[in-house]
Write a protein that binds this ligand. Sequence first.
Ligand SMILES: [Zn+2]
Ligand SMILES: [Zn+2]
Length: 393
Amino acid sequence: MAMMVRRAIWQPDSDVIRCTQCAKEFSYKVYKHHCRKCGLIFCDECTRHKLIVPEEELVLRPRNWMQEAVSSDLDNFRAPQRICDGCAPSLRDLQAGLRATVSRAYMDTLVDLDSKATLVPQADFYLENEIRNATLMCTRMSKTEGEEKIPKEMLDIAKGVVFLTVAKMGFMFTGRYGTGLVISRLPNGTWSAPSAITISGMGWGLQVGAEVTDVMLILSTELAVETFKSRGQVSIGAELGVSAGPYGRSVESDLTAGNKGAAHAFSYAHSQGLYFGASLEACAIGQRKDVNRTFYGERVSASKLLSGEHPIPLGAEPLYKALDLILYEGNVPPEHEEARQRIYRESVAGATGGGGGGGDGSGGRKMGGGEEGGRGLSSFGPKKDIDDDGSDL
Ligand SMILES: [Zn+2]
Ligand SMILES: [Zn+2]
């Protein structure tokens, strides 16, 4: 199987007026897209696959030194790229192996727990930055006192946790925009893989004066977690009731009062001491599917992540650790981390040992049921060959 692999080159845009495959003419409506494996130019329809390309084969976009200085796409080999119909079949069997070896989900996420920096919403597409924010939020909100402190009892009862970093956008209009992640509590008490989210809204109220607010929502009912699994967008107030989280002595009484089975969450906010409470009304939380795909290396639904069907990623380890520290008040049983490490190792072994290099067409699909079993191919129905079919996950 030792074939010489040569990196293709980026076809200059000026070379073509028609799609390499379907010959459709390019225009202001029909955009040009490069396949990141063969480097040729196609229309949107003919390049609808999103697959990870081995680093040595990834076609690099030519850039001048100024573009390089602003951002780099050198790590594009870690995330799925646009691929043409012709190149897609040769890459598909490599996906499970590539996901387990190069994808961001399997990279360590480094967090400086002593950082004093203000957390900011993430405009980029990297879930590891949300994991870093969430980890710092846990650490900071467990150390403060008063209504910003997240009580251990709240994590004990949590069916899920939402972490959001929200900024005021007051330039053209006054709205709010934020990013973050949601995780759920699995039946065995452990946390699920994280799913990326965004929050936006106009009617934020006047209570919040700070520029950036860190918010933790403790999802206190199963129904609250279900809304995140089943909907692309969750509107606060209408679909998810939010009330200010109890603190101090009132934790126990408030818990029983606020837990009547409806989709409900308690909010804890950290914004320079200002009351935040229930002022999330009229905001909506949406999924960031592209961010999940960039991180996990494939399309994966929030439902699959939050139900535990997808194995937890090594990249979220700092967050799991930070949550454990609150739950066990510093005395975390060592077997918790060991159990997670085992899952990380098994995911990688299952993907690389099973069929990373297999050319038999089934090699890449030997992974544990959760990861590959229900993925894409069958569940996407008629568009089964399209890895990025835009289906509403
Ligand atoms: Zn085409
Ligand atoms: Zn191609």
